[in-house]
Design a protein around this ligand. Structure first.
Ligand SMILES: [Zn+2]
Length: 286
């Protein structure tokens, strides 16, 4: 089994990206794992503070580790969007593969200071855990949102200073991406378009691993160009949640008298699996 660092290096060498999918239950977790198994590709599973509070921090770690062994897949666990130092330390002690400290709502100086503290705390507990920092705001909700967050692109010079000062391993920039989807994106009328030149500039200036957050609803060609320009991880959450909901709604409608959860959930799992597998293939040029 490879480490996350080794998989990222390999992806960078091949000009492809790791798919990262958020989960908050076993339905989505198994679907993502099966997508990785079916495609033969490495995958990342992410749990935000809210998602891991629901699943249990140690519990999600144990589940992902067991699935990794049982299916023989390179599946990694990320503590997504972590804001409190105490939550950072909790995830580090539980043995997450990656932790994202999210100070993107803070001023540049505060974000730098707080991210540096998080990096020190994590590396103190386990130096092998990769730490991601976020610079530039892209909205905070992976739901259907009413408007786009104000677009402020990450500045390459600031990014370089941020990476050097904090010691992060991975940077999450704002490059036209957004968290959540507009209703027009859910219906497919509108796609998110990315600032490919800015991704190139960030990569050239920093040489850092880059994560594209808020990938749901992004134009397929822009994904390919962004990965070619230097994106190493792509996050998909809202699309997974939409499939989860529509799968459960269809199952309830189709089987109005059914009360056994394990007979109702497979439709949602199947739908999530298909989306995750398609996204993984796209991010890996397959
Ligand atoms: Zn995100």
């Amino acid at each position: 089994m490879k480490t996350l660092f080794a998989c990222l290096k390999e992806a960078e060498g091949k000009g492809v990206a790791l798919g990262h999918f958020n989960v908050s239950d076993l339905v989505a977790l198994w679907a993502v794992a099966r997508a990785a198994k079916e495609t033969g590709l490495p995958v990342m599973v992410g749990v935000s503070e809210g998602e891991r509070e629901f699943m249990g921090v140690k519990e999600i770690r144990a589940l992902v580790s067991t699935i990794r062994e049982d299916l023989g897949i390179d599946i990694f666990l990320n503590a997504d969007h972590t804001h409190a130092l105490q939550k950072v330390e909790e995830a580090a002690r539980a043995g997450f593969d990656e932790i994202l400290f999210d100070g993107s709502k803070l001023s540049f100086e505060e974000n730098l200071r707080e991210t540096k503290k998080a990096v020190e705390a994590i590396k103190n507990i386990n130096p092998d855990i990769l730490v991601e920092g976020e610079l530039g705001f892209i909205g905070a909700s992976s739901e259907i949102v009413a408007e786009r967050p104000a677009a402020v692109l990450t500045d390459p010079d600031q990014a370089l200073e941020f990476i050097k000062e904090t010691g992060i391993d991975i940077l999450a920039p704002a490059v036209g991406n957004m968290h959540g989807m507009l209703a027009s994106m859910v219906s497919g009328e509108e796609k998110i378009r990315l600032h490919i030149d800015r991704i190139k500039e960030l990569k050239q200036k920093t040489g850092s691993f880059l994560t594209l957050h808020g990938g749901s609803g992004t134009d397929d060609e822009d994904f390919k160009k962004a990965i070619k320009a230097g994106v190493n991880i792509v996050h998909i959450s809202t699309e997974i949640r939409l499939e989860w909901r529509s799968g459960i709604e269809e199952a309830l409608k189709g089987h109005p008298a059914e009360i056994a959860p394990y007979k109702l959930f497979p439709e949602a799992s199947e739908k999530i699996m298909r989306v995750a597998a398609n996204r993984l293939r796209l991010f890996n040029n397959l």
